[in-house]
Design a protein around this ligand. Structure first.
Ligand SMILES: [Zn+2]
Length: 230
């Protein structure tokens, strides 16, 4: 009871702010306000077998399906969410997006086969710097809605890479070649793996990870989901 009053007082002086528009959140709102939630730029890719994400990976790596939750547009709610998640120490944004996207994916028969969710790992140096891996939180949120386990250790990142944001697509592919190792592949033998990451740009990172998994576990099937597509 006392805790409840204390929280109410704290909330009065330090209201939680919407990570989309910076307005105060109401009690029942979480991460973003109702208006921002309504205006989230959802792609609905999970309902489209020929979506942009599928097009991006076609011919690059064998995969069953690919989709992204949000369009990442400049000065948008999605950009603000991803920024808070990656650079502002708000890992709970990843959890929030994962839970919501998991609910969406349940409406598509494509994802019924998923056995396992695997987040793209960060190099341990970058992870230490940020304090967490944003894709792991997205994976946890998806896991809560899809009721499928997360394997946090199937992939290991070998190379420490500088930011790829300003690199051309071909350079990115070169940059992530051999970036991952598959650890204990016997644990994922014959499984349908949902590989998840934060932002899909050229697909180089996810292709490299998928390639490594398929080389170590040839009988598994790869699905791809990201929080946003740039
Ligand atoms: Zn808002």
């Amino acid at each position: 009871m006392i805790q409840k009053y204390l929280n109410a007082i704290i909330h009065l002086f330090y209201p939680e702010l919407c990570m989309g528009c910076n307005q105060s959140l109401l009690d029942q709102e979480e991460i973003i306000c109702t208006s921002c939630l309504f205006h989230l730029p959802l792609t609905k890719f999970h309902l489209d077998a020929n979506n942009e994400a599928v097009q991006l990976f076609k011919g690059k790596v064998p995969f069953a399906f690919a989709c992204s939750m949000l369009y990442l547009k400049p000065d948008s709610i999605s950009e603000s969410l991803i920024y808070n998640l990656k650079y502002n120490n708000h890992p709970q944004v990843g959890l929030f997006l994962g839970r919501r996207y998991g609910e969406d994916l349940l409406s598509s028969p494509v994802f019924e086969d998923i056995d396992l969710i695997v987040p793209i790992p960060l190099h341990k140096k970058r992870r230490r710097k940020r304090g967490y891996n944003q894709s792991e939180y997205f994976a946890k949120g998806l896991s809560e809605s899809l009721l499928k386990p997360v394997n946090f250790s199937l992939l290991k990142r070998n190379k420490y890479q500088s930011s790829q944001t300003k690199m051309a697509s071909s350079d990115r592919y070169q940059n992530v070649k051999g970036a991952f190792s598959c650890i204990s592949p016997e644990k994922a033998k014959g499984k349908c793996i949902l590989l998840v990451d934060d932002v899909l740009t050229t697909g180089a990172t996810l292709s490299s990870a998928a390639e490594e998994i398929l080389q170590s576990i040839p009988d598994c099937k790869i699905y791809i989901a990201t929080m946003a597509i740039a």
